[in-house]
Design a protein around this ligand. Structure first.
Ligand code: GTP
Ligand code: MG
Length: 312
């Protein structure tokens, strides 16, 4: 999550002809979009969990590749929304695709084609914009299963390219990037060459905490939680003092999050602090406050705090 680019490609912008463009990762929840973005960015920009609906807003990774600046956009998984938060998440995903030069449909190859994916393909087809197919998690399936899957999806929508990758192992990712870089339009780089993302550090801090909530709690608890950074102080000794609010929808979720004698929230804070210190490369004093706020997922102000547009 460091905002400094420690990529091999990060140096001054090239002087010759350049290319630059937005590439959106879209797909069903849990397909591995964020894992793929992190793999390509060479850092942890977007949080990942084994649970669906982890990503809640667009995350930009700025990826230099020779004369090309790839602006890779992670989006929330697309699912049938229930709450206002869900609708705003799905809206962010489709907006990401609409604003992109290329849309990458990321598919969990082990999971195959379900109704959710079918609907996404239909909508991509209707949009009529350039799309490429990424069959992810190839480490989990036999090669014999991949070709029919690629065939079936390409019959539904003829993709400009089909890639088979493992975001986890990195298999196939370099080849995919070469093809994407070549397909982006000519033009100047839109971001400074040293930038790695446009996410503010306050957001990275809140996400580090939310990642631990997804990791350390279960059932409906992760979905009942929203995290916001309330204050950030740079201290003279170089450390940062960060206060974070964890909103919960229900009183019961608060009790679970706190745990016996506050043990759970302590463990969440300790793990998030460790991750943050590594990513910000400085000492962090992290304070978590759990607040019961019924209906936060229907509250415009909470959604805007996440940088989400309210589609209504
Ligand atoms: N085996 C294997 N697991 C993967 C691969 N890519 C992602 N995963 C796992 O799949 C799960 C979901 O990954 P995410 O990157 O959070 O998926 P996502 O598409 O961003 O999910 P949402 O944000 O909920 O839409 C995690 O447990 C990842 O570790 C892969 O190539 N192989
Ligand atoms: Mg994600």
């Amino acid at each position: 999550m460091s905002t400094e680019n420690d990529n091999a490609g990060g140096g001054p912008a090239p002087s010759g002809p350049t290319r630059c463009g937005f590439v959106a990762l879209v797909g069903a929840p849990n397909a591995g979009k964020s894992t793929l973005l992190n793999r390509i960015a060479g850092g942890r920009l977007s949080i990942v969990s084994a649970k669906p609906q982890t990503t809640r807003f667009r995350v930009l990774a700025i990826v230099p590749r020779g004369p090309v600046q790839i602006l890779l956009v992670d989006t929330p998984g697309i699912f049938a929304p229930r709450r206002r938060l869900d609708r705003a998440m799905v809206h962010a995903a489709w907006t990401g695709a609409a604003d992109a030069d290329i849309t990458l449909l990321v598919v969990d190859a082990a999971r195959g084609i379900g109704p959710e994916l079918r609907e996404i393909v239909e909508r991509l087809k209707a949009a009529g914009r350039p799309a490429m197919l990424v069959l992810n998690k190839v480490d989990l399936v036999t090669p014999q299963k991949l070709l029919p899957l690629a065939g079936e999806l390409n019959a539904m929508l003829p993709f400009a390219e089909t890639f088979m990758v493992s975001a986890e192992s990195g298999d196939g990712v370099e080849r995919m990037l070469d093809a994407i870089a070549a397909a982006l339009p000519e033009g100047p780089w839109l971001y400074p060459p040293e930038d790695m993302t446009d996410l503010p550090e306050r957001m990275l801090a809140a996400e580090a905490v939310r990642e631990q909530v997804f990791e350390q709690t279960h059932q409906e608890v992760p979905y009942g939680v929203s995290v916001e950074t309330e204050s950030w102080q740079d201290r003279p000794d170089g450390s940062a003092r960060i206060e974070v609010i964890v909103y919960v929808e229900r009183e019961g979720q608060r009790a679970i999050l706190l745990g016996k004698g506050g043990a759970r929230i302590k463990a969440i804070g300790a793990a998030a602090r460790k991750v943050l210190e590594a990513e910000l490369d400085r000492r962090v004093h992290l304070f978590l406050h759990v607040k019961h706020r019924p209906g936060w997922a229907e509250e415009g102000e909470r959604l805007r705090a996440l940088g989400l547009d309210d589609p209504k």
